[in-house]
Design a protein around this ligand. Structure first.
Ligand code: ZN
Ligand code: ZN
Length: 410
């Protein structure tokens, strides 16, 4: 490869890497988790980055959910470009909530598609299987699997087999810290044995939903992560670390969730059936957040008045922002055809539900922690290399992480 080779992906120019690039997306990693773990002395590698690497913060995509942000990270672009703005949108013709987990909803190519087609060896490891097919869409060859289904990985489908043996761990439960540990452990093994040019490791926020920054449960997770990052660093990889979104407590002082049941409120105020509240956080893995986040989108049915519904929502205590479709699309860079007539964001300590009867909070054993809002937008951007100066007028985003890491590796 010539030194000057670059690839254009979604309007950005990426240099060809001379060293292996590992990008880690730590799901739900509020910066404070890292700060507290460093202060507790359990993450020597992360501590070292301030002196020997580069420590920045950036903004994630709002809604601060997993899929929109993972897709932004791997396309280097906002949802207005790649099309994935949550787990669900409403198909108005069918009047049905449609899951956006399928690659057919993806409107942009990924970096992995571009680089694998240009001959790079790419490895993608996710914790949950729901992300795997989106991230690996149109990748040529390479390795792509989830820890959740690591036991089922085949050479033909996933580019790798006998994973439990290779990694030396049993198949983790989908609700466990081990699901994320498996991602890191597999990443180290693959870097050792197969030396991919580009590797993406994407964890799950099971721990962050349960434990606040600085608590023993959180610090143990970051100590585990630090151990594997140390090994990836020792293997010579350029590491870029970011998060899909932050995480905050969503309760009152007694630990009771602060929930606005928006469909119930609107049924009472605007009339039954006049509006349809969609929570794009809803997904098949709801045990740890009860499908409650700080973002909702509202579709108006016939006879509902946009201005009065907007006023009704804005008047609810705990609501931070109500935007029309076009305002939300502009401010948050979202695809207009996949959001409702209104986009609603709640304050830091508050979440939005649909109807009280549709949320089962009985599985919530610990005070609710969640995300989705603007309050979870700031995330870490950390590198094990010194980066050049970032132009002061550039708004750093989590989806700059590959661009910055690949330039450091060029
Ligand atoms: Zn997430
Ligand atoms: Zn989450």
């Amino acid at each position: 490869m010539s030194n000057s080779k670059t690839l254009q992906v979604n309007g950005r120019s990426y240099p060809w890497m001379k060293q292996a690039v590992v990008v880690v997306c730590v799901d739900g990693c509020e910066q404070e988790y890292i700060n507290q773990a460093i202060q507790a002395g359990v993450t020597p590698f992360l501590k070292k980055l301030a002196a020997q690497g580069t420590v920045l913060t950036g903004d994630c995509v709002v809604p601060s959910f997993t899929n929109p942000n993972n897709l932004s990270i791997v396309t280097g672009a906002p949802p207005s470009v790649h099309g994935i703005c949550g787990n669900y949108f409403l198909d108005r013709e069918a009047n049905q909530e449609v899951m956006m987990n399928d690659a057919k909803y993806l409107r942009a190519g990924t970096l992995f598609e571009a680089f694998s087609n240009a001959g790079a060896k790419v490895a993608v490891i996710t914790a949950k299987d729901k992300l795997r097919s989106l991230l690996g869409h149109k990748m040529r060859g390479g390795i792509c699997f989830s820890a959740e289904k690591a036991d089922q990985a085949t050479l033909e489908q996933n580019g790798v087999e006998n994973l439990l043996e290779l990694v030396g761990m049993p198949l983790p439960s989908v609700y466990s810290a081990e699901l994320s540990e498996f991602v890191f452990a597999a990443g180290v093994k693959l870097l050792e044995t197969q030396r991919p040019d580009i590797m993406y490791l994407s964890t799950t926020d099971y721990i962050q939903h349960k434990f606040a920054p600085g608590t023993p449960g959180a610090n143990a997770f970051y100590a585990m992560m630090d151990h594997y990052l140390t090994q990836l660093d020792a293997l010579g990889a350029v590491i870029g670390l970011t998060a899909d979104h932050g995480m905050n407590a969503k309760t009152d002082s007694a630990g009771t969730p602060n929930v606005i049941y928006l469909q119930d409120v609107l049924d009472a105020k605007a009339g039954n059936g006049k509006t349809r509240v969609i929570l794009p956080i809803t997904d098949p893995y709801v045990v740890h957040h009860g499908a409650l986040g700080s973002y909702a989108t509202v579709y108006l049915n016939e006879g509902a008045d946009l201005a009065s519904v907007t006023r009704q929502i804005s008047a609810i205590p705990g609501i931070e922002l109500v935007l029309t479709r076009s305002e939300a699309a502009a401010r948050f860079e979202l695809p207009e055809d996949r959001i409702g007539d209104l986009v609603v964001v709640s304050e830091r300590l508050t979440v939005i539900g649909t109807s009280a009867s549709r949320h089962d909070l009985s599985e919530l054993k610990l005070p609710l922690r969640s995300h989705g809002g603007i309050s979870e937008q700031r995330v870490p951007l950390m590198f094990n290399r010194r980066l050049g100066a970032i132009p002061s007028d550039h708004r750093l985003r989590n989806f700059d992480v590959f661009f910055l890491a690949m330039n450091a590796a060029a």
